[in-house]
Design a protein. Structure first.
Length: 163
């Protein structure tokens, strides 16, 4: 049995404000965690208990939400990005593909290419990985949580160079 299979299970913390389209991590595939704890997170929507001060995942559920973040919600969104950038291991997972974003939002006058450009700018300026997950966001979030947790348990997370 490899070291990854010997790791102790972790607890997922989900922000209490995460209500619509939230991830529940149910099913056989999601077998590395003990429980999901719903509590207030100052930044992000998901993290792992014990490493919540260095790791967080911000979830973007829909194309409309992304467009809203660069429209009327821009100031609030960039305050959130600033807080995310203070984490050693922040992630943004978008439940959409770039192609979906390029189709635009019927609720926004923003140009899809400008939204993509803003998302690229966040990755470059703030060093926050953005994962365009389409329909597999929950799976990818779980894999990221599992990897970060396992690295934290073996001491490898500490070895990763600070930004």
């Amino acid at each position: 049995m490899g070291i990854w299979n010997q790791m102790k299970k972790f607890n997922i913390i989900r922000d209490i404000q995460e209500k619509a389209n939230r991830w529940n991590f149910n099913g056989e595939r999601f077998n590395c965690h003990n429980s999901i704890i719903d509590k207030h997170l100052k930044t992000g929507d998901y993290t792992v208990e014990g490493i919540e001060d260095i790791f967080t995942i911000e979830k973007k559920s829909t194309v409309n939400e992304i467009f809203m973040n660069f429209g009327r919600g821009r100031a609030r969104f960039y305050r959130e990005i600033k807080r995310l950038s203070e984490y050693k291991h922040p992630f943004i997972i978008v439940d959409a593909t770039p192609e979906m974003i390029m189709c635009g939002s019927p609720y926004s006058k923003l140009s899809p290419s400008n939204v993509i450009s803003c998302l690229l700018g966040i990755q470059i300026k703030y060093h926050i990985p953005i994962i365009y997950a389409g329909r597999v966001g929950e799976d990818l979030a779980y894999d990221i949580m599992r990897k970060v947790w396992n690295y934290s348990q073996t001491g490898e997370l500490d070895a990763i160079t600070d930004r």
